[in-house]
Ligand binder design. Structure first.
Ligand code: CP
Length: 350
C-alpha cells in the first residue's frame, strides 16, 4: 500500500518533470536528460520533488518502483561519483543494471558508439546512462537508439545531473527553498540574491557550463573566476547573470557559494599555465576563506586535487559541503531514472 502511494506521488512529480511545451528536447526520446537547457523550471521542480519523495521512501517500497527494468551504464571515461551514484540509485529502485566500460568491452576493438548503443538495446536496455569524452555524444546515442539517454558528462559540454545535485545541495544548505516534496517551490526568484563563484578550469569544465546555464535561471548570480588560460573572456556570454572576475579574493568576497573546480592536469598540454602561480592566486585555503568568505558554502564536484585548487583544511572543514554534495547525487539520480523509465515515457516512445 505504502509502495503504491509513493509510486503515485513520484509519478505526479515525474509528470511535472516531463516537458509540457515543445522544446528542443522533444526531438529526443522522452525522459532523456542531455542538457540542463532542456529543462523548464517546472521540470526542475518536479525532479527535485521526486528526489525528495524517493529519498524519504522506505527502501522496501522504493525497490518496487522500477522492479525488473533495465538500464545500461556506458562509460568511456573514468568516474567514481557519477557512476556509483547512478548505479546505487538504480539498484535501490529495483532496476537491473549493467556496466559497459571502454576498457573491458568491444569498444576496445573499435566498436562505434552507435553500434554499442544498438547492441545494448537489443540486449534489453531501456535506458542508457552515458559518459563520453566527446561533446554531443549523448545526442547521437539518443537519436540512434531511440532510448532515453542520461548524460553523465560529455566532453567539455555538460554534466546536467551534477548541476541538479549542486542545486539541491545549495537549496538544502542555504534554506532558500525547501528540499521538499513541493514541486512548485522552484521559480526564477528561488536563488535571487545568491552569488555562486565558480573558480578554476572553466575552459574544460562541463560542470561549470551546466551550472552557469542552470543557476541564473533561478535568479542566482554566477561569477566565473580564473586566469585567461583557463577562462576565456567569451565565457561571459554563457548567459545573463554570468560574469567574470579574475581576482579570486574579490570574487570570494561576494560568494555565498564557492565552487572549486579540479585542475584537469591531463588537459593542460599546450596551455601556458604556471601551476605554482595558479596555486598562489586561486587556491582556496583556510586563511583566504576566513578572510573573504567566512560564511560561504564550499563545493567541489570532485575529484579533488588536494593541495592544488583546494587545501585539505578547507575540503574537510566546517564550511565544506563536498561530502553532502555526493550524497545528494543519489536522490537526484533516482529521480532522473524514474523520469526516464516511468510508464508514461515508455508510451510516449512507442
Ligand atoms: N563529479 C563527477 O563527475 O565525478 P566523477 O568523475 O567521479 O563521476
Amino acid at each position: 500500500m505504502a509502495g503504491k502511494k509513493i509510486a503515485s506521488r513520484v509519478s505526479r512529480h515525474a509528470a511535472a518533470s516531463q516537458p509540457s511545451t515543445p522544446v528542443s528536447q522533444s526531438t529526443y526520446p522522452a525522459g532523456s536528460l542531455l542538457s540542463v537547457t532542456h529543462l523548464s523550471l517546472e521540470e526542475i521542480g518536479g525532479i527535485l520533488a521526486a528526489a525528495s519523495e524517493l529519498e524519504a521512501a522506505a527502501p522496501r517500497d522504493r525497490a518496487t518502483l522500477l522492479e525488473g527494468r533495465k538500464a545500461a551504464l556506458l562509460f568511456y571515461e573514468s568516474s567514481t561519483r557519477t557512476r556509483t551514484s547512478f548505479e546505487l540509485a538504480a539498484k535501490s529502485l529495483g532496476v537491473v543494471t549493467t556496466l559497459v566500460s571502454d576498457k573491458s568491452s568491444s569498444i576496445e576493438k573499435g566498436e562505434s558508439l552507435k553500434d554499442t548503443g544498438i547492441t545494448l538495446r537489443a540486449l534489453g536496455a531501456e535506458c542508457i546512462i552515458l559518459r563520453h569524452l566527446s561533446s554531443g555524444s549523448p545526442y547521437l546515442l539518443a537519436r540512434e537508439t531511440g532510448l532515453p539517454v542520461l548524460n553523465a558528462g560529455d566532453g567539455m559540454h555538460e554534466h546536467p545531473s551534477q548541476a541538479l545535485l549542486d542545486l539541491r545541495t545549495m537549496l538544502a544548505r542555504l534554506r532558500l527553498a525547501p528540499v521538499s516534496r513541493n514541486a512548485t517551490a522552484i521559480s526564477k526568484a528561488t536563488l535571487r540574491g545568491v552569488t555562486v563563484v565558480i573558480t578554476g578550469d572553466i575552459l574544460h569544465s562541463r560542470v561549470a557550463r551546466s551550472n552557469a546555464l542552470l543557476l541564473p535561471r533561478l535568479g542566482a548570480r554566477v561569477i566565473l573566476c580564473g586566469p585567461h588560460e583557463l577562462l576565456p573572456d567569451e565565457a561571459e556570454t554563457l548567459g545573463p547573470g554570468v560574469s567574470i572576475e579574475r581576482d579570486f579574493d574579490k570574487a570570494l568576497a561576494r560568494a555565498d557559494v564557492a565552487m572549486m573546480l579540479r585542475i584537469q592536469t591531463e588537459r593542460l598540454a599546450g596551455l601556458k599555465l604556471n601551476l605554482q602561480q595558479y596555486t598562489e592566486q586561486y587556491q582556496l585555503h583556510a586563511e583566504r576563506l576566513a578572510l573573504y568568505a567566512p560564511h560561504a558554502v564550499v563545493l567541489h564536484p570532485g575529484p579533488m586535487n588536494r593541495g592544488l585548487e583546494i587545501t585539505s583544511e578547507v575540503a574537510d572543514g566546517p564550511q565544506s559541503m563536498i561530502e553532502e554534495q555526493v550524497r545528494h547525487g543519489v536522490a537526484i539520480r533516482m529521480a532522473l531514472l524514474v523520469r526516464a523509465l516511468q510508464p508514461g515515457t515508455q508510451e510516449a516512445r512507442a
